[in-house]
Design a binder for this molecule. Structure first.
Ligand code: 5AD
Length: 450
């Protein structure tokens, strides 16, 4: 059977989609190639959230086409995912040697389409149509004994987004919000736990909107909190995380869930985007600076050590120096554990791309630097606070950079490196933090709970 190499760009949702496609192909008899040059099929799973991500995948494909023509004339090349969805057949018009374009609702058809192309039944396939119930098709897992995947797994709970933030392409690439059912998700989680998984991260473009249209609130609990309750009951599961939420989803029920559910890790990635009310409105975010601060206070009251990270966009159209200073001051006030900063990138079909007062590139760069300096300064201070403390980690496996070191994560989602061995893998254990590196803690397994 042919071999496949999948390269993934972008977010954890894309990683998860690639894993599900790989597992689906392996189940059909395909093998996974270790390198691009050894593969019969190369698939690029793409990201559209910023222009740079699209350019990277397109340049990569150009190079692949070049080498395939020279050295591997029978190699099949395909795009999947967000850019495939938003650009469709245009991608083949640009590079006629591309064979396959699979949109975000069609990942589960990959094996069928490859069979058709490999058997010569069809020459080119582009499928970016909507498909009912496709949200329930991302469910196969690899879990082939590889270090990390057998300890911690991602489970897709919903697809799409109806928020329509004015900068964001996701509603157009991922479609309308559609959620799986709670029993379907719980079954998948149970199977994973039976196979040795101890930590599950629930995934979706806007997880806090999970089940909103299908499941009414029950005892003041939103559908998403009902799902957290249901997953929490799975015996043998130790830790639950989720990403990405929207601030508007942090009602009291979710804040209380942190205090109530011991398996729900005290960690939250809450995209802020801007600290200026004027910009938040232009972005169509649906909350104010004050509301954001209230959420953070509530979460810290529920779990004082909670790790809080965020996403921020600099240089959104019309952003003035005063607006940007509002973002800086909010970051000083909240003291995020880390933040991902993005320079605004105009996206096709989004309202912000046509807004007046686009911010010059040099100013976007300059604000990016200033904010990064502040975030790093705060983060370093917060990392240093860990020195001397004992923390619980879930050990994922050997560190990629240094195989003598093992790596795990604290409940608040910080990476800890320590001198470990394979017997530690998959264990929850306590370590004492001795020193810090850049966005890493170094621990000593002082007390080992085996
Ligand atoms: N330009 C820059 N950053 C963007 N993001 C989303 N759309 C854009 C854009 N057009 C950022 C947001 C989001 C993260 C995943 O990517 O901060 O939270």
């Amino acid at each position: 059977m042919p071999s496949v190499f999948i390269k993934t760009y972008g977010c954890q949702m894309n990683e998860r989609d690639s894993e599900a496609v790989a597992a689906q192909l392996v189940a059909k008899g395909y093998s996974l190639a270790k390198t691009e040059s050894a593969a019969d099929v190369i698939l690029l799973n793409t990201c559209s959230v910023r222009d740079l991500a699209e350019q990277k995948a397109m340049n990569k494909m150009k190079n692949l086409v070049g080498t395939a023509k020279k050295d591997r004339p029978n190699q099949i090349l395909g795009y999947m995912g967000c850019m495939a969805q938003s650009r469709g057949k245009e991608l083949i018009e640009k590079l006629p040697d591309v064979d396959l374009v699979i949109g975000t609702q069609k990942f589960h058809r990959t094996a069928d389409y490859l069979d058709e192309i490999l058997s010569g039944k069809r020459e080119k396939i582009v499928d970016v149509a909507a498909e009912e119930k496709s949200e329930a098709t991302i469910r196969e897992h690899l879990l082939n004994g590889s270090a990390k995947t057998s300890v911690s797994a991602f489970v897709s709970i919903m697809q799409g987004c109806n928020q329509y933030c004015t900068f964001c392409i996701v509603p157009y690439t991922r479609g309308e919000e559609r959620s799986r059912t709670i029993p379907d998700i719980v079954n998948e989680c149970r199977e994973l736990v039976a196979r040795g998984v101890r930590e599950i991260t629930l995934l979706g473009q806007i997880v806090t909107s999970f089940g909103k249209r299908d499941l009414p609130a029950l005892d003041g609990k939103s559908a998403f909190v009902q799902l957290l309750d249901a997953v929490h009951e799975i015996e043998g599961l130790e830790r639950i995380r989720f990403t990405s939420p929207h601030p508007k989803g942090y009602g009291d029920d979710l804040a209380e869930a942190y205090a109530r559910l011991p398996k729900l890790c005290e960690s939250a990635h809450i995209p802020l985007q801007s600290g200026s009310d004027r910009l938040l409105k232009l972005m169509h975010r649906g909350y104010t600076r004050e509301r954001f601060l209230t959420i953070i206070k509530k979460l810290r009251a529920a779990k004082p050590g909670i790790g809080i990270t965020t996403d921020i966009i600099v240089g959104f159209p019309g952003e003035t120096e005063e607006d940007f200073e509002q973002t800086l001051s909010l970051c000083r006030e909240v003291e995020f554990d880390n933040a991902y900063i993005f320079k605004y990138s105009p996206r096709r079909d989004t309202p912000a791309a046509d807004m007046p007062d686009q911010v010059p590139q040099e100013i976007r760069e300059e604000r990016n630097h200033r904010l990064l300096d502040l975030i790093n300064e705060i983060a370093a201070r917060k990392y240093d606070d860990f020195i001397g403390r004992q923390v619980q980690i879930l050990v994922e496996g050997p560190s990629k950079k240094n195989a003598a070191r093992y790596t795990g994560r604290t409940r608040c989602n910080r990476i800890v490196l320590f001198d470990g061995s394979s017997r530690h893998q998959g264990q929850l254990m306590d370590v004492k933090i001795e020193r810090t590196g850049s966005f890493t803690l170094y621990g000593d397994p002082a007390v080992v709970n085996l």
